[in-house]
Write a protein that binds this ligand. Structure first.
Ligand code: NAD
Ligand code: UDP
Ligand code: UDP
Length: 346
């Protein structure tokens, strides 16, 4: 008989475990795959601060130990180097499944590996969740909507995706991951197995890889280095940029709430790349220049979340606008790019 962890958060706790200050229940054991990455490391900070136990599972493809090094030595924190494409045995209460490169530059680098991570990695983590009766949250993506024909995108929209293009390893990979998640859920007894699906829209913030290749990190790093900001195509394509702390709040509410999803988590503020360059210029350097480069294949023309569902089911909406969030990221990038040479301890 599997423990009904989700129904009773006390069920999986070791007898005699100390309840950290401020926590009204016994601590959970939570796995964060991809926890050494950009989003994962912020999530880990929040879960540990809340008083739970966290196991990070990461193969360090795009993640960095620096993102979680401040937790080393905390008895409630564990870091495991592991590739989710391989099976993994753990006893846990919740699984946040983030492991997957998110920047087009990285996910296109080895597309077969990206597909394996999305399909076999998600299968393994679902198998693990089923075996121990843990609650499972998949971080899917707005890319499942492809180059959308509906705007803004609602969760009911099935998307417009090229199955054989250079982005397919990621967007079709995440679509299969969603399918697997729903099929495991349908196949399991609802009493003991719960899943959640978040569809995340473009997110930025401190700890993004400086050379990660995504647009916000590229523009900020380029402006700080006094290099021209590279605008792909005509720059009229749009994206909606969400600050990472807003996303983490949404992910935690989704995990703890009653709804499977999928739920869009994104900031509805929509910007063209030309407008984004302008905001970066205002924030970093009024003299910053731009240059145009050919766009990448199958680049979606527009993207903006409809977040009605997240508002209704999770009581969630983003709080931090691009103009408020960007300076926080710029401070972090400035410190990482130039901190050392100024004799900082980093
Ligand atoms: P990231 O690249 O910073 O983090 C991904 C992490 O997963 C890294 O630490 C990496 O080393 C790890 N990883 C990759 N493949 C792995 C494997 N096979 N086994 C174990 N670990 C592996 O990216 P991120 O922005 O933090 O994204 C986290 C998740 O959120 C991803 O699943 C991504 O698809 C999703 N997402 C992010 C965004 C965004 O804008 N940041 C948007 C949509 C969806
Ligand atoms: N799996 C895992 N850890 C576990 C349980 C399962 O990694 O604790 C993997 C398992 O190796 C398999 C996948 O998850 O590849 C799916 O497992 P499931 O039991 O659902 O299916 P089956 O093993 O019957 O294919
Ligand atoms: N982009 C850009 N300059 C860059 C990197 C990206 O103009 O240096 C554009 C890219 O063509 C896309 C948008 O910015 O239209 C968002 O790209 P990103 O890789 O950040 O994320 P995506 O939403 O495509 O996954």
């Amino acid at each position: 008989v599997r423990s009904q962890v989700s129904a009773d958060p006390m069920a999986f706790v070791r007898p005699g475990a100390k309840i950290p200050l401020g926590l009204k229940r016994k601590p959970l054991r939570i796995v964060v795959t991809g926890g050494a990455g950009f989003v994962g490391s912020h999530l880990v900070d929040r879960l540990l601060a809340r008083g739970d136990n966290v196991i990070v599972v990461d193969n360090f493809f795009t993640g960095r130990k620096e993102n979680v090094v401040h937790h080393i030595g905390n008895p409630r924190f564990e870091l495991i180097r592991h590739d989710v494409v391989e099976p993994l045995l753990l006893e846990v209460d919740q699984i946040y499944h983030l492991a997957c490169p998110a920047s087009p530059v990285h996910y296109k680098f080895n597309p077969v590996k990206t597909i394996k991570t999305n399909v076999m990695g998600t299968l393994n983590m679902l198998g693990l969740a089923k075996r121990v009766g843990a609650r499972f949250l998949l971080t899917s993506t707005s890319e499942v909507y492809g180059d959308p024909l509906e705007h803004p995108q609602k969760e009911e929209y099935w998307g417009h995706v090229n199955p054989i293009g250079v982005r397919s390893c990621y967007d079709e990979g995440k679509r299969v991951a969603e399918t697997l998640t729903m099929d495991y859920n349908r196949g399991a007894s609802v009493e003991v197995f719960y899943v959640r699906i978040a569809r995340i829209f473009n997110t930025y913030g401190p700890r993004m890889g400086i050379d990660d290749g995504r647009v916000v990190s590229n523009f900020v790093a380029q402006a700080l280095r006094k290099e021209p900001m590279t605008i792909y195509g005509d720059g009229k394509q749009t994206r909606s940029f969400q600050y990472v702390a807003d996303l983490v709040e949404g992910l935690m509410r989704l995990m703890e709430g009653e709804h499977i999803g999928p739920v869009n988590l994104g900031n509805p503020g929509e910007f063209t790349m030309l407008e984004l360059a302008e905001v970066v210029r205002e924030t970093v350097d009024p003299q910053a220049k731009t240059e145009f480069r050919p766009n990448t294949e199958d680049d979606p023309h527009k993207r903006k979340p409809d977040i009605t569902r997240a508002k209704k089911f999770l009581g969630w909406e983003p709080k931090i606008s691009l103009r408020e969030g960007l300076p926080l990221m710029v401070d972090d990038f400035r410190r990482r790019l130039f901190g050392k040479s100024k004799g900082s301890s980093l």
